[in-house]
Write a protein that binds this ligand. Structure first.
Ligand code: GLY
Length: 371
């Protein structure tokens, strides 16, 4: 299968996202044109390293590129000050210089952490993203958002630092646990819902095959990345349109906070539930037809995804508490909640003035399983 290439058109910071089967085994040749000296520092985690690090190291060796690798613990807790310090200090010990390239091999946690480390190391060095999860391939590895979590919240410390290249090997997704794959699918379906009704139609007919059909998987990753690249090129630092990528995320962040950002609810699962709620809210506001939320729900159900609040194990706080958790969302501007709503499938927009009582009623109905 051919490699698909998406250009993220950001002028001097433009780069390619290359999408294909087997790219990891060619990563040395892919990265070689970027290198001023034939040496890269790779940062990965303890889950990804046994699965994919040897392939990357062999690919580099084949291209005459020396490597050093750091393995960090897997999991969200790694996106923290202590691991940032470990990463930056290790890169300095490896004598990574301004003109060198750092490689992030892993999912969203590694991509965000290593990208941020690269942004501050010697006031900024280049980095390459090699995302190994569906979520990272279609979302977090593209667009340059990097950062860590602090005691005050998620992603509150970070920088926009664009990678120099993204290598999305759709073959590595075969090693993902089914639940992680499905969680990443939450971000894929988001693209159809926010801006491409024809893609959503295609997903309705084909998404059940994505985990086992490489051609369909490549098509889904490609379309997602194309949409993300277009939006990021229009609005790199989220002054406007980039907020559309947060469809479903205001609900999602509240649910993630309520469930402790852990195994009870994975990010992409929360995004899918959030998208369904955003369409329900849009329908209640008379913005879209009543069939639209039903169609979204039917598709998520057909995919075997979490859909209702009752699908989240354990107790959730009440509607008012959930609304309050939304109020802490970092996307709140001047105390006003913003939602990404939709005028139909593929027609999302940023709404600034959504009545709070309507959101409260929606949350209450969702908690009472009345959707
Ligand atoms: N994940 C949303 C964004 O990159 O803007």
């Amino acid at each position: 299968m051919a490699v698909d290439v998406v250009e993220v058109a950001l002028g001097a910071r433009a780069y390619e996202v290359r999408i294909g089967q087997g790219l990891l085994a060619q990563a040395g040749a892919e990265m070689a044109p970027l290198l001023r000296r034939k040496r890269v520092a790779i940062v990965t985690d303890e889950t990804v390293a046994p699965l994919h690090l040897a392939t990357l190291e062999a690919a580099c060796a084949e291209a005459g590129i020396a490597t050093a690798a750091l393995r960090l613990p897997a999991g969200e807790a790694t996106k923290s000050w202590p691991h940032l310090a470990t990463c930056v200090e290790w890169l300095l010990e490896q004598k990574v210089e301004r003109r060198d390239v750092v490689v992030a091999l892993g999912g969203g946690v590694i991509g965000d952490l290593v990208g941020f480390a690269a942004s501050v190391l010697r006031r900024g060095v280049r980095f390459v993203q090699i995302p190994t999860t569906l979520l990272a391939q279609v979302d977090s590895s593209v667009g340059g958002k990097t950062g860590i979590n602090t005691a005050q919240g998620k992603n509150l410390v970070g920088a926009f630092h664009q990678p120099s290249l993204v290598l999305a090997d759709i073959g590595v997704l075969e090693s993902l646990p089914a639940r992680d794959f499905l969680s990443g699918y939450g971000e894929v379906v988001k693209y159809g819902l926010l801006g491409d009704a024809a893609f959503f139609d295609w997903l309705e007919g084909n998404a059940v095959d994505l985990a086992r059909d490489p051609a369909k998987r490549q098509r889904a990753v490609l379309r997602s990345v194309q949409m993300k690249a277009e939006i990021v090129a229009r609005d790199e630092t989220e002054e406007g349109d980039r907020a559309l990528l947060n469809l479903g995320h205001t609900f999602c962040h509240a649910l993630e906070k309520a469930t402790g950002y852990g195994d009870r609810l994975l990010h992409g699962e929360g995004v899918a539930i959030g998208c369904a709620l955003a369409f329900e809210l849009s329908s209640r506001l008379g913005l879209c037809s009543q069939e639209d939320p039903s169609r979204v729900r039917a598709h998520l159900k057909a995919m075997g995804m979490k859909l209702d609040l009752a699908d989240i194990p354990g107790d959730l706080p009440g509607a008012e508490a959930l609304l309050a958790l939304m109020g802490q969302d970092k996307k709140v501007i001047d105390g006003k909640l913003r939602f990404i709503l939709a005028r139909g499938i593929g027609q999302a927009f940023v709404a600034e003035d959504v009545p709070g009582d309507l959101v409260l009623r929606l949350l209450q109905d969702a908690l009472d399983a009345k959707l």
